[in-house]
Design a protein around this ligand. Structure first.
Ligand code: AMP
Length: 541
């Protein structure tokens, strides 16, 4: 082999930190505090404070590869951990504050967390499992509510004040671990995904491209997606790379607070799960004239399927563009983005349909779908199979090596998503594998039914799940949350979707509920619906 003669310069988060400070020092970081006031800092301060954190952790005895956990909302100190912890060679582990204390204790021990940085506002939650963390050595408290740090803990600000601002990053291997995130799996124990510096930096470079998430120094990004979920989709790292002004919502994730924040901070790109946007759409529909969101260039929606009716509602009624994207904790996280390719534009209905797919793969992510024997299926937009992906920011195994069956012998990761892929590479998720509905041997897509039901004006949310059936084995049943004061009965809903589906795919039953049960990261928890209503057809038979 004739080797290229270029420098072997490692792709590390330490470079992102250095760049944020030295090239983009003037860029603002805005953090919303629990009392709703906003702290304003700059990338120059971020750089200095992250450097102090790195030095402080070294002084506290943290070594390369040790895990430093966070239990925090989205704010500047969390961003300092995102940059400062990996820059000194340790691994930042983001604990999901929506999980049950038992689960958190399991995860913190599985990760072997030695230091935890925790918001004072979250102390009551943290207190429920901190005693269970076996090797916990230090707790650093971010006093976001202003009160004193609890006994036996260290005040984050005091620790930073005591540390040197001059930081000389150690030589880092780009394949060294930088960040640890646990999956939000609804079955079995959560599994750890250990991101390397290289995967994180490469992901940031690609996610920053205009046809991916696309951020520039002219943008203002609002990560509504929690920093404890799949590294807030890598947005903090993209922002550090590109010099994007960053606005954090802190604990205020209700639609009114978010809309106010977007309007006042002139946010251009905001990112979050469909539930968040559903709430915002309802708020805007109720009072469209009151807020000026003309600053918003696009809203990135992922984590669950963005219904076509929501994408259309934002664009038609409020002139707001949605970018639908798919990813997983295991894919660090971006995999596909639903851009409409130039030659496919022109017909509004077709464009909307493409925007509502999960999109096609971003560069360096490859997709295929396979049948239950692992045979690769045709990209004909029809045949359904399990999505498999590979690429430089896709996990090659789990931390602790559980779940080996999710990785194929020929180097692909099995996503557990059931999809169709068309000839253009557009991926459409029809179900999670564990949620598929198999009726008399035929697969029925719950996601397609949900999308159609959510286009009914009275429906706020719809989740379709498999109920047991004496003859067909399983049949679809829809759980519906109606909009406040809206009315619709089973017949009206079924009539609404009848033209779009073959008869056998229509739900047998509709149940009206107050709220759809969700996972800690906002996905429909259909196992709960099956538990509760799974026998509804058997009981009726
Ligand atoms: P997590 O690891 O918690 O981010 O969950 C990843 C899973 O969320 C994927 O395997 C999908 O089932 C689901 N998901 C993520 N993005 C989308 C999307 N745009 N549409 C439908 N499902 C999605």
């Amino acid at each position: 082999m004739l080797s290229g003669r270029m420098m072997d310069f490692p792709l590390t988060i330490a470079h992102l930190l250095e760049r944020a400070g030295s090239v983009h020092g003037h860029v603002e970081v805005v953090s919303t505090l629990p009392d709703k006031t906003r702290h304003r800092g700059t990338f120059a301060e971020l750089h200095e404070r992250s450097a102090r954190l790195a030095n402080a952790l070294t002084k506290l005895g943290v070594k390369a590869g040790d895990r430093v956990a966070t239990f925090a909302w989205n704010h500047r100190q969390h961003l300092e951990c995102y940059l400062g912890v990996p820059a000194m060679g340790a691994v930042v582990h983001t604990l999901n504050l929506r999980l049950h204390p038992t689960e958190l204790a399991y995860i913190a021990n599985h990760a072997d967390d030695q230091v935890v940085v925790v918001d004072l506002s979250l102390w009551p939650l943290f207190d429920k499992f901190r005693g269970e963390i076996k090797n916990l050595r230090h707790v650093l408290v971010v006093r976001d509510t202003g009160g004193p740090a609890p006994e036996g803990t260290l005040d984050y600000e005091a620790v930073l004040a005591d540390a040197s601002p001059t930081f000389d990053p150690p030589a880092l291997d780009e394949n060294a671990a930088a960040m640890l995130c646990y999956t939000s799996g609804t079955t079995g124990n959560p599994k750890g995904v250990l991101y390397s510096h290289r995967s994180t930096v490469l992901h940031a470079m690609i996610a920053g491209l205009p046809d991916a998430i696309g951020l520039s120094a002219d943008d203002v990004v609002l990560p509504v997606v929690p920093m404890f979920h799949a590294s807030a989709w890598g947005l903090p790292y993209v922002a550090a790379l590109t010099g994007t002004r960053i606005v954090f919502p802190g604990p205020h994730l209700d639609p009114a607070s978010l809309v106010k924040l977007m309007a006042e901070e002139r946010v251009t790109v905001a990112a979050g799960v469909p539930t968040i946007w559903m709430g915002i759409l309802q708020l805007l529909d109720a009072a469209p004239e009151k807020v000026d969101l003309s600053c918003v260039r696009t809203m990135i929606i992922g984590g669950s399927a963005a219904p076509a009716s929501m994408i259309e509602g934002f664009s038609k009624r409020h002139g707001l563009e949605v970018t639908h994207a798919w990813g997983m904790t295991e894919t660090n996280p971006l995999g596909t983005v639903a851009r409409v390719k130039r030659h496919l534009r022109g017909d509004a209905a077709k464009e909307l349909a493409l925007r509502a797919t999960q999109g096609f793969a971003v560069p360096f992510v490859e997709t295929r779908h396979v049948d239950s024997d692992g045979k690769v299926l045709a990209r004909d937009g029809q045949v359904m199979g399990e999505l498999e992906v590979r690429g430089p920011w896709v996990a090659s195994s789990y931390f602790g090596d559980e779940g080996a069956d999710r990785f194929t012998d020929d180097g692909w990761f099995k996503t557990g998503d059931v999809v169709r892929i068309d000839a253009e590479g557009y991926v459409t998720i029809t179900d999670r594998e564990k949620d598929v509905i198999k009726s008399g041997g035929e697969w029925i897509s719950s996601v397609a039914l949900e999308n159609a039901l959510m286009s009914h004006p009275a429906v706020a949310e719809a989740a379709v799940f498999a109920a047991k059936h004496p003859k067909w084995d399983e049949r679809p049943v829809a759980a519906i949350v109606l909009k406040p004061d809206a009315k619709a009965d089973k017949d009206a809903l079924i009539e609404h979707i009848r033209p779009s589906f073959p008869k056998f795919a229509l739900p047998d039953e509709v149940v009206f509920i107050e709220q759809i049960p969700r996972t800690s990261t906002g996905k429909f928890l259909k196992s709960k619906l099956r538990e509760q209503y799974g026998n509804i057809l058997v009981d009726k038979a």
